[in-house]
Design a protein. Sequence first.
Length: 312
Amino acid sequence: MTSISRQVWLPAQFTSFSGLPEGLRYARWDGGSAFPSDPAEVEFYVPPLVQDVDIISRPLGRMTSLRAVQALSSGTDELCARLRRLPGNVKLFNAKGVHARSTAELALALILASLRGIPEFTHARDLRLWKPEVFPSLYGRSVLIVGYGALGSALEDLVVPFECAMTRVARTARLSPRGPVHAVSHLPELIAGADVVVLATELTPATRRLAGAGLLARMRDGALLVNVARGAVIDTAALLEEVRGGRIRAALDVTDPEPLPAGHPLWETPGVLITPHIGAFTPTMWPRLEQLIRRQLERFAANEELDNAVAY
């Protein structure tokens, strides 16, 4: 008797995907069309690369044979919440490290643009005004990275030429190749000495609204807060209170709520630079994701443990 191959769903965006392991049946789904096969037969699910968790979750209730979900993002907090509702033992894996360099690149761009007044000069250009001003440089400044994992480490690599004084913070203290990493419990005193604070941490119950009113109030006058983590790591109402008066500035690739509604006050607040959660999205992202998925499928086909397991 011929055995039935195990069913795998892949994102339809990966149109050039080839060289996949044998012994598995592959179907592609774009998140909007009809299901490409019976969801009840799917054992390995790679969701479409979209930010709407409702799209990702649509087939989950019918995936009664599901064993593994390979997310294409590093952050999986919303997906974790959906998977907790499912019976059985579905394992979740993320794309840890895949997006680190591109997101670090955007973080550096946000830092430089904010410090050197690019939003102000762009506004002056729109008004056809030649308005020279002097803005601060990144050189020699103190930079605090909150969430010193793959992203935080990649950002420090980019900041090294600017001869900054670096402070690293993670959940627990440790020693990194570049120096000490402080426990997050020391963040209130460490943030007071930073010119630039970069949030690069995962969103967990412990980090939700980590940057609240108390912590933001401890930032030094004129400091810059950069968020390339998740929007809910910041208390948006508390941030608005601090930036409205011009005491601190902010550069945000992520917001809470997200997408940011058209009438939200963050859009109109001077000193706030916003990009629409695009840190990971560059042309080089696709081959890196394909490499990750191929490696995970090879392990799955061989009944081996997969990388980047997420506890939820």
